[in-house]
Write a protein that binds this ligand. Sequence first.
Ligand code: MEV
Length: 313
Amino acid sequence: MGEGIGFGKSILFGEHFVVYGLPALAAGISSKTVAYVSRSKSRGWTVDDRRLEVPGYKAKKKDEQVVSINNVLDAAGIDLSDMGIHIEYEGDLVCASGYGASAAICVSLARALDDEFRLGFDDDKINAIAYEGEKGSHGTPSGIDNTASTFGGLVWFVRDLTGGPPKFETLKLKDAANLTIAATGLTASTTEVVGDVRAKKESDSKWFDRLANKYHELVTDARESLLKFDLVRVGEFMNQNHSLLQELTVSCSELDEMVDIALENGALGAKMTGTGRGGNMMALSPDVDTQKQIADALEKGGSPFVYNTTFGL
Ligand code: MEV
């Protein structure tokens, strides 16, 4: 049986803007999806998906998952016209929009296929295959999710708009930063939300360019502050990034309320993360006690899943 893992991720800066070639920062989280691939007698593939989920996630993403699996198989060069495989998914990464769950199924599957069929893929190849898989759930993925899911760590990512491979580097901070990630419980379609932003951009390019320029300045400064480990400034940039995402119309009242709860409970900064219109928010804490207080407040506020983690080392 072949086995492979894909990390979860959380976008610290740059969701949506990254689709248009602006830099973004993603933090890999330690939770992961594990895929197992075994040979079966019937042709084609079957799947047993035992991942934990926020209610309704898997049903909503079922069709996209089928396209993702087929794309990964094609990109890995696995032809199932004369053989069969059984895929199993499990792991401690909870399926909720915003954790990179769709990328993690592609990365873990690519690795499990590599393991089962002895394909000799390196991480760059796994990442490229997973990118094809991501087209099932993103339509036009930037590639940040599969890159963070493949490599883990804190990733500075820039998409190549001419279709070439993305530029990315892994950043190391002076210390670990405390992050709380909380789910709204609402599942959005990344293809739909990215499509809406694209339509708005095309109908009013001046509006989009103004937001994109502000974002570009912000992420450049945020990177510098992260490297100096000036978390107070990083928090301010997270708040500003959230405001830009509100203007981009990808936040929603549930996310905004959770951001407010986190800030009222001592967060240095908070923002939605990922696709938006549901999914997750994240909050940066100055210390573990505040992190705990924020997580408790978000749970009391009704979040169905709250997760404390660190990033940067
Ligand atoms: C989704 O996790 C992030 C988006 O920026 C889409 C993408 O980068 O492909 C919304």
